[in-house]
Design a protein around this ligand. Sequence first.
Ligand code: FMN
Length: 409
Amino acid sequence: MLKGKRILLIVAGGIAAFKALELIRRLRERGASVRCVLTDAGAKFVTPLSLQALSEDRVYSDMFSLTDESEMGHIQLSRDADLLVVAPATANILARMAGGLADDLAATVLLATDKPVLAAPAMNVRMWTHAATVANVETLRQRGIHFIGPNDGAMACNEFGPGRMSEPEEIADAIEGLLAPAERPLAGKRAVVTSGPTREAIDPVRYISNHSSGKQGHAIASALAALGADVTLVSGPVSIADPPGLTTVHVDSADQMLAACLAAGRIDIAVCAAAVADWKAARPAGSKIKKKAGMAPPSLELTPNPDILATLSKPGQQRPALVVGFAAETENLVANAIDKRQRKGCDWIVANDVSPAVGTFGGERNTVHLISASGVEDWPTLAKGEVAMRLAGRIALHFGRPPKAEAAE
Ligand SMILES: Cc1cc2nc3c(=O)[nH]c(=O)nc-3n(C[C@H](O)[C@H](O)[C@H](O)COP(=O)(O)O)c2cc1C
């Protein structure tokens, strides 16, 4: 897939630099040529000789080398590639990029390039979550720098959390996504999307429910199907049509919704966009509860519904590779959503404000925040279809194959 593509790989000084060697192998297996720039700190972790042997090209480190500058000037180096990849991207090089510094060959090349840049950050979790790094990454994202990772996991410094560099295979997939984007990047992936409200019977004619219209969940199901996924939409009672090109299963209650999700079998992606009632009647009446003159209204005892998101997120062989939940909140939106991601064990949370003043329920637009291990992304207010396409694009990128229009994160 990368035949004929030229990658300029910038290796900075992090412990993950050893993975750059494996990345070169993966990229060359896919047909790309790789040329390396090594920072001074990077050379403390991997030798130029290893990079040179694997890339079968010379390694560039010194901005003021007379021979390098006459044979391949730093400007030409920055242009003579289809993509610049910074892996590992240290906190330091991200700060230098954000600040526009040109204080060594790597930084100068990154400043002088007119080509897309992909960064694979790798650092201690505190460095990654430090306000300075967060601001630098945000600045770089806004300037169009693409990011892959970091992943959650144990780190060389004996700490745990986001900061581990993505695996070479994941980075190679992301590079392929940027340089050879796919028409149907989710082909071969199976997805379940829940949508709409649930209805919890009090008696045969009365129920507990909520205002969810199903518009956002249905749009996500359609967007995933448009990218080639085999989608089962598990829909609560809604008044909108079943989307074409996918399988819709109609349910009423949360119990039925969970059963329908589990009946879908092994899936790769679960997006829980339904507004599932938290509680149901503890003992729904078998016949209509009668109103009798002079009698006090009956009391309604509630019991919790099954937690669909937490159930699908449970670790195990059957767990989908990516579980996305929704958090509809009316206050402390982002803080509650971050907490929900941890409590439920899902990978991402799409948080949206459903205060009546915002008009999300039943409306056509949505303002969401995407919460993942990498942090919080604030998306602009978009039509629900656009939120769906953007989310589907991000899901495709997660699997290493972004669609044409969304060639990167
Ligand atoms: C053992 C060791 C491991 C390090 N690992 C990392 C790392 O994973 N990520 C990071 O951002 N900095 C790391 N550093 C700090 C960087 O090497 C340092 O900030 C350096 O200036 C980076 O320079 P560069 O970005 O030009 O390559 C490490 C330092 C040491 C001594």
